[in-house]
Design a protein around this ligand. Structure first.
Ligand SMILES: [Zn+2]
Length: 260
């Protein structure tokens, strides 16, 4: 059931005017563009979407290079809805237990799929969800916190090098108010995105940013950990590895955030 739990908790507009129908909702299919792994399906023409397609194509290489993962050839299908009411009806029919969202990723039946509705934040939404697709094509058994932390890292425009300022502000404020302290072992216990708060997303992002952007040894141990997840069936949680190689990681994470 894990595939059904892989969705984003991006804040979405209120779903006013949702229509539930007994008829199957037709997926966008009039136009299709394939770019490497990514297959984009849309009813509207995609000829004006070249910058977005280029960006999502480049994202594949960014993810692979940053994480030292061999790119997979497994297709990631992106269904791009034009109208919010049709997208909402589709979600209500196919995934009625999902909360409101603008976009989501599912791995089901051996297929990797992203569903999204065009809107003001479509580029950010797609960088997040398509990252899930690329990651799952290479490392299907990602821990939830790492899956979401990496998607949050790659959802910001590439020039920001994964820096998500709202997450930094949230975490430092709560740390100063003694309402939060880094606890990777607690994050590792989360089994469903439903159970993740905004703070959990922010902390997941923080562990990823700390690992990838603070120094080379940390980036190397995260890449080694991902390689282990890719090749081995049973991999201990990262927190147990950190307890050995960097026992003061929680404090170092706070210092990293304060330096951003
Ligand atoms: Zn996500």
């Amino acid at each position: 059931m894990r595939a059904w739990t892989l969705w984003t908790l991006c804040i979405t507009p209120a779903l006013a005017g949702c229509v539930f129908t007994r008829d199957a909702i037709k997926l966008p299919s009039e136009n299709a563009v394939t770019r490497d792994q990514l297959v984009i399906h849309s009813d509207a023409s995609l000829s004006g979407e070249q910058p977005l397609i280029d960006e999502l194509s480049a994202l594949r290489h960014e993810v692979a290079a940053k994480l030292q993962l061999p790119p997979s050839e497994q297709p990631v299908h992106l269904y791009l809805f034009d109208a919010a009411d049709r997208f909402d009806s589709f979600v209500q029919r196919e995934h009625p237990d999902f909360p409101n969202r603008r976009a989501f990723f599912v791995a089901e039946g051996g297929f990797l799929k992203v569903y999204a509705c065009r809107g003001a934040r479509i580029a950010e939404d797609l960088r997040h969800e398509v990252t899930h697709g690329y990651l799952h094509a290479s490392v299907p058994q990602l821990p939830l916190w790492l899956d979401e932390g990496l998607a949050e890292y790659f959802e910001v425009p590439p020039a920001q090098r994964g820096l998500n300022k709202p997450h930094v502000t949230l975490l430092l404020q709560r740390w100063q108010d003694r309402q939060w302290a880094p606890d990777l072992a607690r994050l590792e216990q989360l089994r469903s995105s439903r159970d993740m708060t905004q703070q959990d997303y922010a902390e997941s992002w923080a562990w990823v940013h700390f690992s990838l952007e603070s120094n080379t040894p940390r980036r190397e141990w995260l890449c080694r950990y991902l390689a282990s997840l890719q090749k081995e069936e049973r991999v201990p949680p990262l927190s147990s590895l950190l307890a050995t190689i960097e026992p003061d990681a929680a404090q170092a994470l706070v210092e990293h955030l304060r330096g951003l």
